[in-house]
Design a protein around this ligand. Structure first.
Ligand code: AMP
Length: 127
């Protein structure tokens, strides 16, 4: 795996405290904050603090502790937002845009957690 990490990306700057963010939760290995241009009433980004570009990069190279913290942080955010169907919430969507085809704008792994409205079909029809 040969990912080069650009430490000037905007989420790296957020992690270094160089630009502000609307933090929802910070853990040992992760930061969760509100998207600056929300596409749903609930729109939170979860990022690892480590220098990972994509989900596959993270899943391949991160430590067990980082992966566990990331997964648990996603769960905690769903709980905090009240979107979990297991707790009577109306549901949500997790998105990890990746690379050129995935139209990833920020080259630091992030998952979008979206909720608070019906989100429509997963993808528009091709064509
Ligand atoms: P993606 O296309 O998956 O890389 O999405 C990047 C997301 O980062 C977009 O939804 C942006 O609105 C969001 N974003 C960009 N800059 C910031 C920022 N400073 N604080 C919070 N969210 C941001």
């Amino acid at each position: 795996m040969a990912y080069a990490y650009d430490d000037q990306n905007i989420f790296a700057k957020i992690l270094r405290g160089e630009i502000p963010n609307d933090t929802v939760l910070e853990t040992g290995h992760c930061l969760a904050f509100r998207d600056i241009a929300p596409q749903a009433p609930d729109h939170v980004l979860v990022i690892p603090k480590g220098a990972y570009v994509t989900y596959d990069h993270f899943a391949t190279e991160a430590s067990d502790a980082e992966i566990l913290d990331f997964a648990r942080t996603v769960g905690r955010i769903c709980d905090m937002l009240g979107v979990s169907p297991g707790d009577g919430g109306a549901g949500y969507r997790i998105i990890a845009n990746t690379g050129a085809n995935g139209v990833q704008d920020v080259p630091h792994l992030h998952v979008h957690i979206l909720g608070g409205r019906v989100l429509g079909r997963m993808l528009p029809k091709a064509g």
